[in-house]
Design a protein. Structure first.
Length: 636
């Protein structure tokens, strides 16, 4: 059955639209025509600006039937810049798009200058045509996002920042009525290629951003499908019949939303860090793709839609080629997720011989661009250099030693349970993480307690959600490792809460893990408060036998529902992040912004630990089992 036409523009409306957008239609009225469009795209680079070493499975000798392990430099934003430039030069009509989560994840975000300064500088070496807001763009609140956009717009690119479903609150620095914010974030933008208008609609994952990032309290996020359809309809009413959804909502939700939309042609996605491409990616040792690149779907009207995503951390640049007919219908789409690598090949730790190098390059050539040898762009490398110098200086300092691994585990539980695989084999073999959860998560919660009592007016209990602590610590601990453990730069609050509220707080965290649609990140680690957990029980009754530590008496006693306790907690959780609704409801009169960063508090705790006699470094050890918040655990 032939697809119905979507040619809906009238001459005057389209001419006016192009004039308003600065389009190059000349004095005549442009007419919708067939065109081929190339979309180069990136997502979820998360402040990962340096390259990394990658091990690939490649043929190293003539006639070999089995590949060898070959290590090579890979990724890095200067390679992204170079790949974008080279690929752009090969096509007539190109869009360069970023599907969000540019920020947060490495020291380049908050230790190389102003927050996001390095990311903005490197993104401007590409000069993206648009970026949609990811959830991590809100990690520093609306004001932090505005500051990042200022940095992004500091140069000549002025990359449009998009989200059709964000509504900035009345006091937000990005509320449209507050100068100079009106054009900082737009619902969509119309760009011209070959005299044709192409609409780009931005979309931000709604629930996750509100629950797991730090937008202002009055900033809200509309249902993704409703907002996207409204903006698509608005563009079509103006005569735009080629529409791209630049989406940061995740691969699975993209597929769900596409089936509900009408009038969408292409979706360039992010958020889920999804690797798409052929099965050969697995054979070459890149990873296991979750679907085809592109994934071909249909909208609610049965019209074709092409969905693409470019994995994570600048390792892949997607190249999607889309053909449109004169009515704006997609007639074909195909493309390549280019895995960016260098050419300094090593086999068995030794530089490849000339013969090996020849075979390796032949095997790479056979991938037809799937593995793309790309030299770092010189200008982008020069832009990165001063930021790298700052990061390197910071990361070189060793601040502690951890003789035994401080295991990372968000949620307790034995083999086969959620999050079991997060721990190292050695930690799982010891078994303590299955009973009590992560050592490093608990140590951070204890650090807040001790430093609050030493420096910040005191605390009775603390809270750290399990997902907020990202890595274990072992051996020599550098300043970089401390930041990598706590990379989100949250400030600490002190809230006065009743014992009843503290109990409900713990239940909030457990519900966010074990309730419908739950995830591992919210699991509660508390300092000065401990409890038994039975995950088989219903909401509100999973935590039992709650006890508070009395520092004066040096003893544990029952939590008193009527007593007021001082709670030291991340700003993220204090405002309801990770489902901690009880804390969000604590009135302003009972909360105080301490104004200190979580990683700095943890560093202060490290500095207080006993020193190793030989090295003079503080020694980090696992806490005594009595200090762990999870006393016992019954898994679901």
């Amino acid at each position: 059955m032939p697809l119905p036409s979507r040619a809906s523009g009238i001459a005057l409306a389209l001419s006016a639209l192009l004039a308003a957008c600065g389009g190059g239609g000349g004095d005549g009225t442009p007419v919708s025509q067939p065109m081929d469009l190339t979309i180069l795209h990136l997502n979820d680079h998360h402040s990962t600006l340096d390259g990394r070493s990658r091990t690939l499975q490649l043929k190293t000798s003539a006639g070999a039937t089995a590949p060898s392990a070959v290590t090579v430099d890979a990724a890095g934003f200067p390679r992204v810049t170079q790949a974008m430039a080279e690929l752009s030069a090969q096509s007539a009509h190109v869009l360069k798009l970023h599907a969000g989560d540019a920020l947060t994840g490495t020291l380049y975000f908050n230790r190389a200058g102003a927050d996001g300064e390095a990311d903005a500088a490197l993104m401007n070496t590409v000069c993206f045509d648009a970026i949609t807001l990811g959830n991590h763009e809100f990690d520093k609140g609306d004001s932090g996002l505005k500051n990042f956009i200022d940095l992004l717009h500091k140069g000549n690119c002025k990359t449009p920042v998009l989200s059709a479903n964000v509504n900035f609150g009345a006091t937000s620095a990005l509320n449209p009525v507050r100068a100079p914010a009106p054009d900082y974030v737009n619902r969509s933008v119309v760009l011209q290629r070959a005299g044709q208008p192409i609409g780009i609609v931005g979309l931000t994952v709604a629930d996750k951003t509100k629950a797991s990032s730090s937008p202002d309290a009055t900033t809200t996020f509309e249902d993704e499908t409703v907002a996207a359809q409204r903006e698509i309809d608005a563009l079509r009413a103006k005569g735009v019949n080629k529409i791209v959804l630049l989406s940061h909502i995740g691969y699975d939700l993209d597929k769900t939303v596409i089936a509900k939309l009408s009038g969408i042609d292409v979706v360039i996605g992010g958020d889920s860090h999804t690797l798409l491409g052929p099965d050969a990616l697995t054979r070459y040792g890149v990873g296991s793709p979750a679907g085809a690149y592109p994934t071909r779907l249909t909208d609610r009207d049965g019209r074709p839609v092409c969905l693409a995503q470019a994995w994570e951390y600048g390792q892949v640049v997607g190249e999607l080629k889309v053909s449109f007919d004169a009515a704006g219908n997609v007639t074909a789409c195909n493309g390549t997720p280019h895995v960016l690598i260098g050419d300094n090949f090593k086999v068995g730790g030794t530089e490849a011989s000339a013969a090996q190098r020849s075979e390796i390059l032949a095997d790479i050539a056979a991938t037809d661009g799937l593995l793309r040898v790309t030299a770092p762009n010189a200008a982008a490398a020069a832009t990165l250099a001063p930021f790298k110098a700052r990061v390197d200086a910071f990361t070189r300092s060793v601040v502690a030693t951890a003789p035994a691994e401080l295991c990372s585990r968000r949620v307790p539980g034995g083999p086969g349970t959620t999050d079991y695989s997060r721990s190292s084999a050695a930690c799982n073999a010891a078994g303590s993480v299955s009973v009590r959860g992560g050592d490093i998560q608990q140590l951070v919660a204890q650090a807040y307690l001790e430093v609050a009592n030493a420096n910040y007016g005191g605390a009775d209990i603390t809270l750290q959600s399990g997902g907020g602590v990202r890595v274990p610590l072992s051996g020599a601990v550098t300043a970089a490792h401390v930041i990598e453990a706590l990379p989100f730069g949250n400030q600490l609050f002190r809230l006065n809460v009743t014992g009843a509220e503290a109990r409900t707080m713990v239940e909030d965290g457990l519900q966010a893990v074990y309730g419908a649609g739950g995830s591992t990140g919210p699991y509660p680690y508390t300092g000065g408060l401990r409890f038994d957990v039975d995950a088989t029980r219903p909401q509100g009754s999973r935590a039992r036998n709650l006890e508070v530590y009395d520092a004066a008496a040096k003893a544990w006693g029952p939590l008193d529902p009527a007593k007021t306790y001082r709670l030291f907690v991340l700003s993220f959780n204090a405002t309801g992040g990770d489902g901690y609704r009880t804390l969000a409801a604590v009135p302003a009169a009972r909360r105080l912004d301490i104004g200190v960063l979580d990683a700095d508090v943890f560093q202060a705790y490290i500095d207080r630990q006993p020193k190793d006699a030989a090295s003079g470094l503080p020694v980090l050890r696992r806490l005594d089992s009595s200090l762990y918040s999870t006393k016992s655990y019954v898994q679901p």
